[in-house]
Design a protein around this ligand. Structure first.
Ligand code: ATP
Length: 255
């Protein structure tokens, strides 16, 4: 049975700006006759870590691609940092500070770890000092990448490639980081490691929208969550409430 929509959490967290950093209203998008996202409403305030959880084919990737301009909007509106970005091209959305880490990591396999990171900084390439400083910052977050900086990215483990993909996005100076299923294909121990990194980024002030099939892990670290079912936002609540919700537990947590 579909979950009921829940209009709570419309208030900014303590100390947050009154307008959400990202405000999505009535968003729909799809593939020809296939409507993948239906009338989605969601928001995220600066400094929040928000999870969108849903099963296979729920529309998670389509939603993120639509937010970052990689997939066209059919109807609805996307506001980011006070501007209507609904029909902006991806490069302009990235320049505004929305950086997406694609599903499946997508690193440049033959290039070194360091060159992959530098590519994330292509907009700041005229400021080599900044690039060096921020690359070192990524290495402090992911010491294993520092050890392997000259190694081809394709020779890293799955978890290390995920760290590299996140690190590369950080070089884009994100105001909002969109993470598409960072746990995908990783062993449980590595999932834990990646999620600890996400918590660390959030602690350092990065605003994060995380989409995940691994509902338990995502809701365990998020402040708020949305349940996405066949392209619709079926429920939204603080993450702790979703974790304790009987319907969510049965459908997504397996107990
Ligand atoms: P997964 O967790 O399996 O990656 P998802 O939640 O990210 O799934 P999407 O990949 O966004 O879901 O897919 C949403 C819906 O859109 C699905 O019904 C899917 O079959 C459909 N879809 C996705 N890509 C295409 C495409 N290129 N052409 C047609 N339909 C598509």
């Amino acid at each position: 049975m579909p979950f009921e929509s829940n209009a709570m959490n419309d208030h900014p967290p303590m100390g947050a700006a009154s307008e959400p950093l990202l405000q999505v209203t009535g968003l729909s998008s799809g593939y020809g006759p296939v409507r993948a996202i239906h009338q989605a409403d969601l928001h995220i305030y600066a400094g929040e870590l928000v999870a969108i959880v849903g099963g296979n084919g729920a529309g998670k990737t389509t939603l993120l691609h639509t937010l970052s301009g990689l997939h066209p909007v059919s109807s609805g509106h996307i506001r980011f940092a006070g501007q209507d970005i609904t029909r902006w091209p991806p490069h302009r959305i990235v320049a505004a500070g929305v950086c997406q880490v694609l599903e499946g990591r997508q690193v440049f396999a033959p290039l070194s770890v360091e060159d992959n990171l530098r590519l994330g900084a292509y907009r700041q390439h005229r400021d080599p000092n900044w690039v060096r400083q921020e690359t070192e910052h990524v290495y402090t977050l992911f010491p294993i990448l520092a050890e392997r900086r000259q190694q081809p990215a394709g020779t890293l483990s799955g978890g290390q490639q995920q760290m590299l993909a996140i690190g590369r996005a950080l070089l884009g100076r994100p105001r909002l980081l969109l993470l598409d299923e960072p746990s995908m294909g990783l062993a449980p121990l590595l999932v834990e490691e990646i999620f600890q990194v996400i918590v660390e980024l959030h602690t350092r002030g990065v605003t994060i929208l995380l989409v995940e099939q691994n509902a338990r892990a995502a809701l365990a670290i998020a402040q708020r969550g949305y349940i996405l079912e066949t392209g619709r936002i079926a429920k939204t609540a603080p993450a702790a409430e979703l974790l304790a919700d009987d319907d969510v537990r049965r459908a997504y947590l397996g107990y």
